[in-house]
Design a protein around this ligand. Structure first.
Ligand code: ADP
Ligand code: MG
Length: 320
């Protein structure tokens, strides 16, 4: 799969949207150690005072959903792991969550115990066939409140077939429209590319979460991702926001991990989640088990971190 960003066409075919201001990337960090001490809060992994994220209030009813793309064109950074475990943690807090496997590799489906070759209908059918409705494709998982729109290799054909569609960037947005009333969160696990499928995900979304591994190389690709997000904001989806960047594979014992996090906060400030996900072998184990860490190892550090990330997401996104 090409790593070149897919550039949506210029206005003409597209409705003209007002240009929204670009994301600020260069303002220096101001929330450093002295403030932490003053506030009496311990320092978190991002070297900022760790706020307390309250236990989320229960919900009496569901919807409208916030649609979030889990996006980074680099593979192996924790997109799928974060989709599953953030989704499961939000479901534990009583939210109704739909996870969308939008990677032809089907890793999200596998991670939830679904064999991509056994499924009847996948997100491909939903995108490409007029007669297929959301309910025909959605699967329940073993986690109450957590549902899955599975995918498999068929989806790679959609990337090619969509090119000739009318309003090809909006196909997923239309397909997911009926979900907004029923769920509190829809989280789309993107494939590692900035191609047409990812542009569809961004066009369908209210927010983007960017998982990044704690490696210097991780920072390289982010500028290109932000550029793509800005193009989608300008041309297709002016409401799109970056909900946050989350550091994964964090190792508190290494200076390297801490330095990468410091750089990330320098560049993206408050967009960086206070929660960082530590590197632990428990995550690969959960993939084999086909379930989230929140149920597989319910009192592990990894489960705790994703619950905290869920509370942070709920605190950041009003109305969720
Ligand atoms: P992506 O979807 O971005 O390609 P994955 O979520 O599939 O990334 O993660 C890639 C690999 O790294 C998987 O084997 C996964 O189990 C593992 N992994 C993810 N997060 C962690 C973590 N915090 N610690 C250790 N391994 C992890
Ligand atoms: Mg993945």
């Amino acid at each position: 799969m090409s790593t070149q960003p897919f550039i949506p066409p210029e206005a003409g075919e597209q409705p003209a949207h007002q240009v929204i201001p670009p994301v600020e990337l260069t303002t220096p960090v101001e929330h450093a150690a002295p403030q932490a001490v003053a506030a009496g809060r311990p320092m978190g992994p991002t070297n900022r005072p760790m706020p307390i994220f309250p236990e989320p209030a229960a919900r009496e009813s569901h919807g409208p959903a916030r649609i979030i793309s889990m996006c980074n064109q680099k593979g192996g950074v924790g997109k799928t792991t974060t989709t599953i475990n953030l989704g499961a943690a939000l479901a534990e807090y009583g939210r109704k969550v739909l996870l969308v496997d939008f990677d032809p590799q089907g890793s999200l489906s596998v991670g939830l115990g679904v064999n991509p070759y056994d499924i009847d209908k996948s997100v491909y059918n939903l995108l490409m066939e007029r007669g297929t409705a959301l309910d025909d494709v959605v699967l329940k998982t073993n986690i109450p409140g957590l549902e899955l729109l599975p995918s498999n290799i068929d989806l790679s054909a959609a990337e090619v077939q969509l090119v000739t569609e009318v309003a090809r960037e909006q196909v997923l947005a239309r397909a997911l429209a009926p979900a907004v009333a029923d769920y509190d969160f829809v989280i789309i696990d993107c494939q590692p590319s900035l191609g047409l499928l990812t542009v569809n995900a961004l066009t369908a979304s209210d927010g983007v979460i960017v998982p990044l591994e704690c490696e210097f190389f991780a920072l390289r690709g982010v500028a290109m991702l932000v550029e793509t997000i800005q193009k989608v904001q300008d041309r297709l989806n002016p409401e799109l926001e970056i909900d946050g960047l989350v550091a994964t594979m964090y190792d508190s014992r290494t200076v390297h991990s801490r330095e990468v996090l410091a750089r990330l906060v320098e560049a993206f400030e408050d967009k960086v989640f206070h929660t960082a996900i530590s590197r632990t072998v428990r995550f690969p184990e959960t993939t084999v088990a086909g379930e989230p860490i929140t149920t597989f190892a319910t009192s592990s550090g990894g489960a705790y971190s994703y619950r905290q990330l869920a509370r942070e997401v709920l605190a950041r996104c009003p109305g969720t």
